[in-house]
Design a protein around this ligand. Structure first.
Ligand SMILES: [Zn+2]
Length: 297
């Protein structure tokens, strides 16, 4: 099996400008998933998610699933099949640098791109080398959570919160290996487990669906650590950085408790003051997008 396969044999990446490239590459990615039996949906409005893909999958990892048979159990082990769903954000970039030395894949991610849901996946598509790097949300954060210095340089800077924080640390070596390399980590961290078939296998883990809540909690915990760490620039010293980080972590702790009590008090107050027609209208209109938030209970 070739993955990704060249589904558009007659077009080359060079044929596209930045104006139509996004759509063509999303087509390319979605045709590749369709070939492997995934159902592919494309959100019409721009929600930050480019593709939603769904597939039935054996919880024990058996891969021979007869899509035409419409079975709900695995033909090899008899276990109930799991419907797995992935929300994919595609970043297509041209790899930069000389081909005889390591080339880099530059991309940007904002804090809103990090959803607290293990079914979210970043797909970095290096179109000139025809590589997919498929990185589930949980795995992405885990790398930077476990490597504190890398986490600081990726997430701890003010530009991650505010500006366009261009990431230039992902590299492809002339020997074909992908690594995350930066000043703080000269040896680099291998990204090979995310490349092409490896990434596909990692992303297809049904555990993300079966234990969605457990992973969401871990993602939330890692985000809290990574996003609320300040990294000092040239003007400040280590001492001041420590002081600022203590202040921030205390603020976060204090507010986690007060936010939930402020919310419940506000809800009580509104329920008392608003007319029942207005409450119904908010409940059935505005609040539907906030799962678990309700005036009634
Ligand atoms: Zn099975």
């Amino acid at each position: 099996m070739n993955f990704p396969s060249i589904v558009f044999e007659d077009v080359s990446g060079y044929d596209f400008s930045k104006h139509n490239k996004k759509h063509v590459t999303e087509d390319f990615v979605s045709e590749n998933f369709k070939e492997l039996g995934w159902n592919v949906y494309r959100p019409f409005n721009d929600t930050g998610i480019d593709l939603i893909i769904i597939k039935r999958c054996c919880p024990r990892g058996h891969e021979q699933i007869d899509e035409s048979a419409n079975n709900e159990v695995c033909s090899q082990c008899g276990n109930d099949l799991v419907h797995i769903k992935r929300f994919i954000q595609v970043k297509t970039r041209e790899i930069k640098g000389k081909s005889n030395s390591s080339q880099f894949f530059g991309y940007t991610l904002k804090s809103k791109d990090f959803r607290t849901d293990p079914r979210h996946v970043f797909l970095l598509y290096s179109d000139y080398t025809n590589d997919f790097l498929i990185i589930p949300m949980y795995e992405y954060l885990k790398i930077f959570y476990e490597n504190k210095e890398l986490g600081k340089s990726h997430f701890g800077t003010p530009s991650f919160r505010k500006g366009n924080n261009k990431l230039n640390s992902l590299r492809k070596h002339p020997n074909g290996q992908w690594v995350w390399k930066s000043r703080n980590n000269a040896r680099g961290i291998s990204f090979d487990k995310f490349v092409n078939k490896n990434g596909l296998k990692l992303m297809s883990n049904p555990d993300y669906d079966i234990n969605v809540q457990k992973y969401a909690e871990q993602i939330s915990e890692m985000k809290l650590h990574l996003f609320y760490t300040y990294s000092h620039g040239r003007q400040f010293n280590k001492e001041l950085e420590k002081e600022i980080n203590n202040y921030l972590s205390n603020k976060v702790k204090d507010n986690i408790e007060s936010i939930s009590s402020i919310r419940s008090e506000t809800r009580k107050k509104l329920r008392k003051e608003l007319s029942s027609e207005l409450i119904d209208s908010i409940e059935n209109g505005y609040l539907v997008k906030f799962e678990g938030v309700s005036f009634y209970d």
